[in-house]
Design a protein around this ligand. Sequence first.
Ligand code: NDP
Ligand code: GDR
Length: 383
Amino acid sequence: MKRALITGITGQDGAYLTEFLIQKGYEVHGIKRRASLFNTQRIDHLYQEEHVKNRKLILHYGDLTDASNLVRIIQKVQPDEVYNLAAQSHVAVSFEAPEYTSDTNAMGTLRLLEAIKMLGLVEKCRFYQASTSELFGKVKETPQNEETPFHPRSPYSVAKLYAYWIVVNYREAYGLYACNGILFNHESPLRGETFVTRKITRALARIFLGLKKFVSLGNLDAKRDWGHAKDYVEMQWLMLQQNNPDDFVIATGVQHSVREFVELAANELGILLKWEGEGVDEKGIVDRIKPSKIEQRQNLDLGQKANILKPGDVIVRVDPRYFRPAEVKTLLGDPAKAKNMLGWEPRISFENMIQEMIQYDLEEAQRDHLCKQEGFKVCNFYE
Ligand code: NDP
Ligand code: GDR
């Protein structure tokens, strides 16, 4: 039985990858951070109590900023494959916490690689690094592939650039089987609530149920190549199953703007939007409600919801708080190498992904709606 160690197991990709590897018959070990509240919600359904024999998922406390603890865990686990998914992964936050972001995303990667080398596991252990399309930043050519020059635009991506090259270096210097997956944005119902896609689906679902009036967003014209996380974790595994290690761009090859994402998500709820204003005055205004779509949602007991929203209501506002000091305006990937060499095709369409995210967030919002109706306090979440 193969043994995998996943850093960042409590995150979006960590959860999907754990599920995937367990299905493949792996024993999965994960590093979780000590937090003052539980932070394992995304993988709780896979967890088994300590006394269960032959457990498939085993968690270890740890942190990428603590080298001795990484050495201890790797020594104990003796992994066949390490997936380094842990990161301070929010680009905007990296401008506010640049040093911590660099320590985790750049030095954390080095610490893992050094631990593998020091423990004499270079022959046994394969290494996957969560690299990113943010490396392309201020893009030099479109679409971006493995040969496109990098120009990172944030402390997050500068740190990931170091991680990218130190992985290449350990491959060339020590013969470690190590791969960079240069993944473009990938989303799902498990996406963190402050990334733009989940922020939109979550907010629109809450607006739809009358729990919130409007959502504040930043640059609506930013364009991304958005795929589904479930499709992308399969790639992370595939990269480690080849004869030779290599780096791969993983993307759909299709691009949408944040504005289009908002429109499609709203449409999924039966809301047609029109846009008014420009720059920081820009607003998304309810133009029409589509009764047929609302009917589709009758199972959620939303009969009266169409009345909560009416044409003329402003449900999206642009707020300069969400503009970034240096923006990545556009990203579009060319996944030809992964398609040819790994035989990979994304399966879940952009539209189906939005549908799934809206459905999930509607169910969450409905729970809060019921609580509110019963007189319980509903938390106002940060964005
Ligand atoms: P998430 O933000 O959902 O998850 C990040 C994970 O890293 C969490 O488990 C988090 O723990 C953990 N973590 C953060 N800091 C540390 C630390 N110092 N020590 C140990 N663990 C830490 O990210 P995703 O799942 O979306 O992304 C996975 C990886 O892929 C990240 O490295 C990201 O930068 C990269 N990436 C993501 C893309 C995407 O579109 N999702 C695209 C390209 C690259 P906790 O739960 O406690 O916060
Ligand atoms: P990104 O994802 O920065 O691409 O990094 P995010 O969803 O945060 O932003 C995408 C684009 O949307 C614009 N935007 C907003 N972004 C957020 N978060 N909140 C807003 O209100 C908002 N309004 C507009 C942003 O300016 C940006 O242009 C993600 C992370 O998962 C990284 O870890 C990963 O490396 C890259 O994707 C690929």
